[in-house]
Design a protein around this ligand. Structure first.
Ligand SMILES: Cc1ncc(C[n+]2csc(CCOP(=O)(O)OP(=O)(O)O)c2C)c(N)n1
Ligand SMILES: [Mg+2]
Length: 372
């Protein structure tokens, strides 16, 4: 894809495929017969669909970063380098019946589930027509199966256990999926949520998105154990995957979703990846001081978008076709950003900060999570 020297991490600017890494990319799938079968069943349209969602997710970040530079917003939380973890797992869901709770680095999930891209941009602008009507920059829309997370890390583990408990009690073949940061797994509420899901055998997929950092704290500073050991203590089914290989993430997720739908209880997928920027755009320089340059180089060579693009070309997809897709996706993102900017004419009135949406006379209303 086109690279953006002003916005991309430096490791991506002159990116070119490495034949050895591309061979590893393929052999990773080939080594596991079940995953191999899942990937082999993807048709050309589905492969291009995966690519398109990767592009959307990367270009959404570029659009937000552009806004930061232009002074439209003060900062943005990006998922650069981690896109395959989001896109690969959501692609395994049925977007008309399953439910996700995307953390801020999983913004790509919102559009994949059916939210307009402009709404993701509007969330940052806090306009009256933004998903939370200006109350929070975390976005969601229960009517398309996207639960808006709260800021407190780890709470989504418990919330999604609750959603999955609802599915199980109603005997609906639906799956709840959410992402847990390596840092989030260290919280008490995350432990309670995953433990409950385990003992109650709930249909929930936890994708442990191990980007090896929590804000400015390196993995080794917040955990003595390895992330791959986390699922063991809950006695739940676990899968490990290469978080920068979208086919591996997709296959692991498809198998996890299949288990959940068959009533075999929760799955935790441990996806190793790396945050190619700062916690948000404000501390990118600090992040470069937190980790050695070699680590950025190591993961930079494994750009999830570049590697999948090269895979598709090796599979015989003409490069021009991918370029056309990229051009159309870029236009779509630019149009969404423009549309969101025009919403700035409608900012919420201060009194709308009162949250009456979920309560009636002090009683909590149940959320209609798009009945199947
Ligand atoms: C309970 C709680 N403690 C602290 C914070 C502040 N905080 C926001 S994000 C973050 C780090 C999250 O790390 P991780 O879960 O690994 O996710 P990542 O940002 O790496 O995607 C922290 C400490 C918070 N939001 N909630
Ligand atoms: Mg992390």
């Amino acid at each position: 894809m086109k690279r953006f020297p002003a916005y991309d991490p430096p490791e991506y600017v002159d990116w070119s495929p490495d034949p050895g890494l591309q061979a590893e990319y393929r052999s990773r799938i080939a080594a596991e017969p079940e995953r191999n079968e899942v990937v082999a069943s993807l048709d050309r349209n589905e492969l291009l669909g995966l690519y398109r969602e990767l592009l959307r997710t990367r270009l959404l970040d570029i659009g937000l970063k552009r806004w930061v530079r232009q002074g439209v917003i003060s900062k943005a939380w990006l998922g650069t380098g981690e896109e395959a973890v989001t896109v690969g797992s959501v692609f395994a869901l049925q977007s008309d019946r399953d439910v996700v709770c995307p953390m801020i680095r999983n913004a790509g999930a919102c559009h994949m589930m059916g939210m307009p891209l402009a709404d993701v941009f509007r969330g940052y602008l806090a306009t009256a027509d933004s998903p939370s009507r200006g109350r929070d920059l975390h976005v969601g829309d229960p009517s398309v199966g996207v639960i808006q997370p709260v800021s407190q890390m780890g709470t989504n583990a418990a919330v999604m256990a609750g959603v999955a408990l609802g599915f199980k009690r109603k005997q609906e073949p639906r799956v709840a999926l959410t992402w847990l940061g390596d840092g989030a797994t260290r919280t008490g509420i995350c432990h309670e949520g995953v433990n409950l899901a385990g003992v109650q055998e709930l249909p929930v997929v936890y994708v442990l998105q191990n980007n090896q950092v929590a804000l400015g704290t390196r993995l080794a500073q917040h955990s003595r154990g390895r992330m791959s050991q986390v699922p063991q203590m809950y006695g739940i089914h676990a899968e490990e995957c290469d978080g920068n290989n979208i086919l591996d993430v997709y296959a692991a997720s498809a198998l996890a979703v299949r288990r959940c739908r068959a009533g075999e209880g929760p799955v935790m997928i441990v996806a190793d990846t790396f945050r190619m920027g700062g916690h948000a755009t404000h501390d990118e320089r600090e992040a470069r001081e937190t980790f050695p340059a070699e680590l950025f180089q190591h993961w930079g060579r494994r750009d999830p978008v570049g590697m999948f693009e090269r895979y598709l070309v090796e599979e015989g997809v003409p490069a021009e076709e991918l370029e056309r897709l990229e051009e159309a996706t870029g236009m779509e993102i630019d149009a969404a950003a423009e549309e969101a900017l025009s919403s700035r004419a409608h900012m919420p009135a201060p009194e709308e900060a009162r949250y009456e949406g979920f309560t009636e006379g002090g009683t909590l209303l149940s959320l209609d999570l798009r009945p199947s």
